[in-house]
Design a protein around this ligand. Structure first.
Ligand SMILES: Cc1cc2nc3c(=O)[nH]c(=O)nc-3n(C[C@H](O)[C@H](O)[C@H](O)COP(=O)(O)OP(=O)(O)OC[C@H]3O[C@@H](n4cnc5c(N)ncnc54)[C@H](O)[C@@H]3O)c2cc1C
Length: 435
């Protein structure tokens, strides 16, 4: 079986450099049949394959690139139950019961990661529930963090959040840049690429067909069937799942989904290994950390390196200027990193939706999808496979606000890029003046 010429540019990430061996998965060559053809081999597609196969149906997964080439192999590895829309905001707009269901979904999602890691024995993913520190950059932001923690306790009965004083945040982070914060127990961290590869290797060992270098070029309908065309073969299935998230415009086949998303580039830096004293003084508890600015930055320590993420370049490609700006932001918060070399810089696309939550379900009789994780998809995409499998079986599970019927197309789609720039610029200005 000959491999197709690889269309993928390498991702110069810490994860690629430290990742375990990639499973060897051939391109589709010839015609195949399946119960469900899944387009995209990130967490969404792989977890869908797991749950569909467990229900006794035959899935077949196609990826245009390699397993984990998309956001699933590039992300920060924060495993959190959060949505971009806060639960108090959900309660205010949709009622307390809806907020409760969303709260449950968030926690099911973190549990789903833990279950998959255990089921497939993915030790190299290093999943650990280290807890999340949210650091407040102003008194006003701290008051909002405290109000949300109170609300979570009173309305959701959530006892996992405790407030941190300025000194406690300084001790957690090793930075003077914050006025206080909150610690949430339960969220965790993971090696994102090893997690994706471990899922694929485990599924493949069970006989689930996964084909890399196999872009879906067209999705055709025939009576009672969906046919997905790839360069060297086609798959005929009863149903198809689109699991391409922010990369839905790679080919025309899934571009219709792209119209429901606004892609936003998120970037990450990883330093060289820190000198031992510095490694011991920064984030000594090894929790994952984020902050309260609208243009949020987040950080963690991985194998003695400082890993710092935030906004990437606008537009289609990376830019040295965006990485330089991210480095300046890192050094402003952690001046002790000024002389430390950055060894890896990379980025990827996150998929924003108009209502700030993902969506899952049916597009029509033959087509299903789950996407729009708004930058918080490690846990949620891992969970979505379970619900996709339920929809495949013809069930209508309660997915709260994630219901596919709520997904709205982006109005004035051609204007999305200037709109993203304008909103980001406005947020940066508000952050700069401390509002
Ligand atoms: C830099 C960055 C940092 C992030 N950090 C975090 C974090 O710390 N915590 C968190 O919860 N979330 C984070 N996210 C978001 C999270 O990574 C994503 O929400 C999640 O990985 C989405 O998984 P997915 O399987 O839906 O999509 P992806 O992993 O993007 O997979 C989509 C796949 O579809 C394939 N594809 C596209 N078109 C076709 C086609 N026509 N035919 C075949 N295959 C196709 C692509 O090759 C790709 O492999 C981050 C994202 C980025 C980019």
């Amino acid at each position: 079986m000959m491999a197709l010429p690889s269309p993928r540019p390498g991702v110069n990430s810490l994860w690629a450099a430290t990742g375990g061996p990639a499973p060897r998965l051939p391109a589709l060559d010839g015609d195949a049949t399946a119960d469900v053809v899944i387009i995209g081999a990130g967490y969404t597609g792989l977890s869908a394959a797991r749950h569909i196969a467990a229900g006794g149906l035959a899935p077949l997964v196609l990826d245009a690139n390699a397993v984990g080439w998309g956001a699933s192999g590039r992300n920060g590895g924060f495993v959190t139950p959060k949505f971009r829309l806060s639960l108090p905001a959900i309660a205010a707009a949709h009622g307390r019961d809806m907020a409760r269901r969303m709260y449950e979904l968030g926690h099911e999602a973190v549990d789903a990661v833990e279950e998959l890691v255990e089921e497939f024995d993915i030790d190299s993913a290093g999943f650990a529930r280290v807890g999340l520190v949210k650091a407040a950059h102003t008194e006003r932001a701290l008051a909002a963090v405290a109000a949300e923690a109170d609300w979570m306790k009173a309305e959701m009965g959530d006892g996992h959040i405790s407030l941190l004083s300025r000194d406690e945040v300084r001790a957690e982070l090793g930075s003077d840049g914050f006025v206080g914060g909150a610690l949430t127990r339960g969220p965790g961290c993971i090696h994102p690429l090893n997690y994706a590869r471990g899922l694929a290797a485990g599924l493949s060992a069970r006989g689930v067909r996964i084909h890399e270098d196999s872009p879906a070029l067209a999705i055709r309908r025939e009576p009672g069937a969906v046919v997905v065309e790839t360069p060297r073969g086609r798959v005929r299935a009863k149903q198809a799942i689109i699991a391409t998230n922010a990369y839905s415009d790679l080919t025309g086949a899934t571009r219709a989904m792209q119209r429901t998303l606004v892609p936003f580039r998120s970037a990450i830096l990883a330093t060289a290994p820190l000198p031992p004293d510095l490694a011991a003084s920064l984030l000594p508890t090894r929790r994952i950390c984020s902050e309260t600015r609208r243009m949020m930055r987040w950080f963690r320590i991985v194998d003695g390196r400082f890993v710092f993420g935030g906004r990437g370049a606008f537009g289609k490609a990376d830019s040295p200027a965006a990485f330089a700006a991210l480095r300046r932001a890192m050094v402003a918060l952690f001046p002790m990193l000024a002389d430390i070399r950055v060894e890896y810089s990379w980025s990827g696309l996150v998929a924003m939706t108009l209502d700030s939550v993902p969506h899952v379900g049916r597009r029509d009789d033959g087509l299903l999808f789950a996407l729009g994780y708004n930058g918080a998809g490690v846990a949620m995409a891992s969970l979505m496979g379970r619900y996709l499998a339920a929809f495949v079986r013809g069930e209508t599970p309660d997915v709260g606000l994630l219901d596919a019927r709520r997904l709205a197309p982006v109005p004035f789609y051609p204007l999305r890029e200037p709109a993203v720039r304008a909103v980001a610029g406005w947020y940066q200005m508000l952050d700069a003046v401390g509002l």
